[in-house]
Design a protein around this ligand. Structure first.
Ligand SMILES: [Zn+2]
Length: 288
């Protein structure tokens, strides 16, 4: 009986812990990783194949949410999923905003992207540095955080924790604003327009990358000053999008329905596309 009770407590705690993870939900991350993997150079595709754990069967999207599943026991990784900034300023500043609750600088999603990029750059080096890191983990963290930084409310306001403390209704369901952006907009789009099929939704975004957004893609891929990764740019875009779209006009306990869904879906699709294109561009620069 005791052990049954213990098991029940363990299961309930797991259930409570797992769904409340921050970041695009499973589908959002998977879409970004699917888009990215299809755009890799031969060298980058080979390196990713080498680094992926066997159980992923060379499918990066299968492990794109790994970083969310480990954050409840790798506590140090929690602050690496976001970078909130002071309320209503609508800008992002690395020195001011990229730190954890104890004020340790660089411990935010932007610092994490730079850090795991640097680690992966040792993949082709013959120096001692190569053996210092678990590059499989570096790849999984980088792929996940590149997604997170493109979710506008991962660069949201500090006091509401990126919309986590703003209660709303998504149609009839009680949610918080952060979760609406992680999961609900994507899920509703898949249900309404794509027969709940993630591959069809991904294909529609990929089609836009080659058609509607074709002229912008080079700009998305490029980093200034020959940098390998440029997450500060993505965070700056993120907080602007959060102000102009995610938070805009939303009040506590409001019901968000068709108007909100239809007017915000294009931004969600754009951020998923940019996340995928930029993850691929970064991996291509890293692995040559
Ligand atoms: Zn995350």
């Amino acid at each position: 009986m005791e052990s049954y009770k213990f098991q029940l407590v363990a299961i309930v705690s797991l259930v409570l812990l797992l769904p409340n993870t921050e970041g695009w939900g499973k589908d959002g991350h998977a879409i970004i990783c699917k888009i990215a993997q299809s755009r890799l150079s031969n060298n980058a595709a080979d390196a990713v194949k080498q680094l992926l754990p066997d159980y992923a069967e060379n499918d990066l999207s299968a492990v794109c949410s790994w970083a969310d599943s480990v954050r409840f026991y790798l506590h140090w990784s929690g602050p690496l999923h976001f970078a909130d900034s002071p309320d209503n300023l609508c800008n992002y500043d690395f020195d001011r905003d990229c730190k954890d609750q104890s004020g340790v600088k660089g411990r935010c999603v932007v610092g994490a992207i730079s850090n795991y990029t640097d680690q992966l750059l040792t993949y082709n080096s013959k120096s001692k540095a190569k053996g210092e890191y678990n590059l499989t983990q570096s790849l999984l963290f980088l792929s996940h955080f590149m997604g997170d930084v493109h979710q506008p409310l991962h660069v949201g306001f500090t006091s509401d924790k990126g919309g986590n403390t703003i209660d709303v209704h998504w149609f009839r369901r009680k949610e918080n604003l952060h979760h609406v952006w992680d999961v609900n907009i994507i899920e509703t789009a898949e249900e309404r327009y794509y027969n709940s099929n993630i591959d069809d939704f991904t294909a529609a975004i990929e089609k836009n990358i080659t058609k509607g957004w074709a002229d912008d893609v080079k700009g998305w891929e490029t980093c200034d000053d020959n940098q390998t990764a440029c997450p500060n740019v993505y965070a700056t875009e993120g907080i602007k999008a959060a102000c102009d779209s995610s938070y805009k006009g939303v009040t506590e306990d409001e019901t968000l329905g068709d108007d909100y869904f239809e007017s915000r879906l294009p931004l969600v699709q754009l951020r998923l596309a940019q996340g995928g294109v930029r993850l691929a561009a970064t991996l291509n620069r890293i692995f040559g």
